[in-house]
Structures are given as C-alpha cells and as structure tokens.
Design a protein around this ligand. Structure first.
Ligand code: PAF
Length: 280
C-alpha cells in the first residue's frame, strides 16, 4: 500500500493511473476506521481498478465547541485495516497541506446544508463540501463511496457534484450496524459501557417507527411520537431532532409515503449520535 501525504504527489499519481486507463475508487474518511468504512472499501475494490482511501480529520467541519481536538485517532490501526481491505493508496495530508493558510474559498450547497444537522452545527456542511471538493481534486476519483449513516452529508455531496458538474459518481452504501442495531460510528468510542448499552435504543426506536409506517400509519407525528416514546425508555437521552423527510430535498413530509427517511440526532451523556432509516 502506497502512502501519500502531499497534494501534488497525489495528483500526479492519480494522473498517471488515469492515463493508463485505470479507474479510481475513493473512500474519504476521518480515520478511526470501523466495519462501515471497510464495507465502502470492499465496494470500491469490487467496482474499480485502484482503491484510494483518505484519512484527514478536517478542522473546517467542526464548530468551535465541537470535538475536533479529541476526535479519535489510530493511525497504525487504520493502516492495518486499509492493507487488509486491499487498499492501494492511503492519502494522509497534514492540516497544513490541506489548509496552508486560513481558508477563504468554500463550497456551499445552500438549502439542504441549513436544515437538520446544519441548523444545529452551522458551517458544518460548508466544511464538509469544501474538504470533499479538495480531496476530489487531489485524488481525481471516478467513483467515491460514502455511508448512508451520514444521510444529509450524502445529499450535500450529491448536490455539490451536480451543482459543480463534477465528473465523479457518488455511491452511497447501507449503514453497517452492531449486533444490537447501533449504527457504526467512530464517535461510538466516546460511549462508556452503560451509555453504549443504552445507545441501542436509537435503532429500536427507528425500527418501531418503520414498522408503524409499514402497517399503514401515514401521520409523521405518530411516527415521531413512537420514536420519542421508545427513546424515553432509556434514561439520559436528550433529543436534538426526530424528522421524517423527503430523501432528496430533506423537506419534512406531511404524509408518510414510500421512500421517506427517518432521521434522528440524540445526546447520550456527552456524546452526540445520529442515525436514520429509510421507510421502504
Ligand atoms: O464522513 C466523514 O468522515 C467526513 O465528513 C468526510 C466525508 C471524510 C469529510 O471530512
């Protein structure tokens, strides 16, 4: 596995692969890799000639009171996981490489960046879209792979690709869950044993609401109440939002129909977790 840290080295290597007609599959990450990331690498491995992974904890997507400095990091473990997954290139730029000066150029996908996570974490999606655009211009992928766990992030990135006519195919892969249903996330490592046990309630609540919808309940309020009631079964869980939205516009729906998405954000102790489920 080749490790590249410089943007211009990354670009020249990508150019040489492209000139040989090889397809590049890209998995952008912030490291502390788990099976969700590994599933993205596996999909990239199946559908592209070369698999590239980036590990970059991007400061511009964290708010001033968020967890940038304590975001979990495990360079050695991540390298091993990438090697085991058959990754060809690991791109690991330093912050000073990605942002040699205070950034003054940003990518903003208006509208869908301002609701849900964006309403609670102002500037978050501007940071995400900007760094993903910079990573795309470094790695020059044909396809890029993202997890549905960050549902709104996927919508923002698709919006950016469409709005800027970027020549990259965005592939969204299903959420990988722990045995008890908790969506895999690097931030799960913040949970203590008791919080980790209680966190399984998030998926239980989403799944119960999905079952209500499958049984014919059409009022979003009823699904929201169901989720709220189940979350209340565990102590110490505070809710940022429970929403049922259209998967593209992310606008709240008046009636539940097929292809809607349930989205939740909660705090368990000092850890903030998000999850979602499609209503099929
Ligand atoms: O999902 C993530 O890990 C990050 O938001 C991403 C897409 C790598 C951008 O920093």
């Amino acid at each position: 596995m080749k490790i590249i840290t410089g943007i211009s080295d990354m670009q020249s290597f990508a150019d040489s692969l492209r000139s040989q007609g090889r397809t590049i599959g890209f998995v952008p990450t912030m490291g502390f890799l788990h099976d969700g990331h590994v599933s993205l690498m596996g999909r990239a491995r199946q559908s592209c000639d070369i698999v590239m992974v980036s590990i970059f904890v991007n400061p511009t997507q964290f708010g001033p009171r968020e967890d940038f400095s304590r975001y979990p990091r495990d360079e050695e473990g991540d390298r091993k996981k990438c090697e085991a997954a058959g990754v060809d290139v690991l791109f690991m730029p330093a912050v000073a490489e990605m942002y040699p000066e205070k950034p003054s150029v940003f990518v903003v996908v208006e509208g869908i960046s301002d609701v849900l996570e964006g309403a609670i974490r102002p500037g978050h999606f501007r940071g995400v879209a900007t760094v993903v655009a910079k990573l795309f211009s470094s790695v020059k992928p044909h396809k890029a792979f993202f997890g549905q766990k960050d549902f709104q992030q996927c919508a923002v990135i698709k919006g950016m690709v469409k709005g800027l006519n970027l020549d990259v195919e965005i592939v969204v892969m299903p959420i990988v869950r722990e045995k008890d249903g908790l969506a895999m996330s690097s931030r799960n490592s913040y949970l203590n044993v008791d919080e980790r046990r209680r966190a399984a309630v998030i998926y239980r609540a989403l799944f119960a609401a999905k079952q209500l919808a499958a049984a014919g309940v059409r009022e979003p309020e009823k699904l929201r109440n169901k989720i709220q009631a189940i979350l209340a079964e565990e102590k110490g869980i505070s809710i940022d939002y429970i929403e049922i939205v259209d998967p593209e516009s992310l606008a709240p729906v008046n009636a539940v129909t097929e292809n809607m998405v349930l989205l939740v954000a909660v705090h368990i102790g000092s850890t903030r977790l998000i999850d979602n489920l499609l209503i099929l």
